[in-house]
Design a binder for this molecule. Structure first.
Ligand SMILES: [Zn+2]
Length: 304
């Protein structure tokens, strides 16, 4: 069986899994043989899908305790924003499945889903730990700049999936991500700070819809008669955050074919055909819009 090494600071679970395969001398196997030998479902390693059966199988391999698996997911995958979608009847540690089909989960979202790394972190990690590794915070949706070094992250065309390679493999020939839109710069501190807040307070996401409704003066249970109100509110949201931002987050805005969903209605009304857990980008887009107004987001505005 594969021997999984200890996780390094903020290391993504799949990065540790990749290192485990190296350390267990299982690189000579084909990928299919490798998964089969370790009794895991064969799958592509994707950077931004922390809630799926494949991730769960790897977490089970790393720890038998459910509480420990939750901690690994919380601290070592880009899971924290998913806590914005925590259903009322679930404990944070019970949120283990999004119930969206694996291959469908990412298609509505237009953020760069490739694996990313910071060349400065890479150099430091090699000095400190003797290895380069993939950091979970660099895989958060819309993250393009390293929080610590304030430089653009790098990626590579091959990095849509992680083919059992560590970042140093891509050091020559990687591309620096382009960060040219205003909203992208404003998104960076927002997504990092909000994710850290959720990591430290996993229950915080439960009340987010109430904070938003109070701020938007939406009272009572949302009914179809609220639709005109939502249309007006979403018009304001579109004007405030800008179409470049919505197109950068959601595929249907990027396509520009007139079929643009009302993000506020979809997210707050609970009236959609989507049976799974709401993807965090919906909540994130709304909170990004209201980030300067909501008192509960004061922590985003504090200087650190
Ligand atoms: Zn860095």
């Amino acid at each position: 069986m594969i021997r999984i090494p200890a996780l390094l600071p903020e290391e993504h679970v799949y990065s540790c899994f990749v290192r485990g395969r190296f350390l267990s001398a299982q690189m000579h196997l084909s990928d299919k043989e490798f998964f089969s030998m370790n009794q895991l479902p064969y799958h592509w390693l994707r950077s931004q899908v922390p809630l799926c059966g494949n991730m769960n199988a790897v977490l089970e391999l790393m720890s038998v305790s459910l509480e420990q698996q939750f901690k690994l997911r919380l601290l070592h995958t880009p899971f924290a924003p998913w806590l914005l979608s925590l259903p009322n009847d679930l404990k944070p540690s019970d949120l283990t499945e999004s119930n969206v089909r694996n291959n469908m989960e990412e298609s509505p979202f237009n953020v760069d889903k490739r694996w990313k790394f910071c060349p400065h972190c890479l150099a430091e990690d090699r000095t400190t730990f003797g290895v380069s590794y993939w950091r979970s915070f660099h895989q958060l949706p819309g993250v393009l700049i390293c929080e610590k070094h304030k430089v653009a992250l790098h990626s590579h065309a091959e990095l849509r999936y992680l083919a059992f390679k560590l970042p140093h493999h891509f050091l020559n020939g990687s591309e620096e991500l382009v960060v040219d839109a205003d909203w992208q710069h404003r998104w960076q501190p927002f997504i990092y700070r909000l994710s850290r807040h959720l990591q430290a307070n996993p229950e915080w996401g439960r009340d987010v819809s109430n904070y938003i409704k109070r701020q938007l003066q939406i009272e009572g249970v949302i009914k179809s008669t609220h639709r005109p109100l939502f249309n007006n509110l979403f018009k304001s949201m579109r004007e405030d955050v800008g179409m470049a931002c919505l197109a950068g987050l959601f595929t249907r805005f990027a396509r520009n074919n007139g079929r643009m969903p009302n993000i506020l209605w979809l997210t707050l009304s609970g009236r959609s055909q989507n049976k799974g857990i709401r993807h965090p980008l919906y909540w994130l887009a709304i909170l990004f819009w209201l980030r300067d107004e909501l008192p509960e987001l004061r922590f985003l505005r504090e200087d650190r």
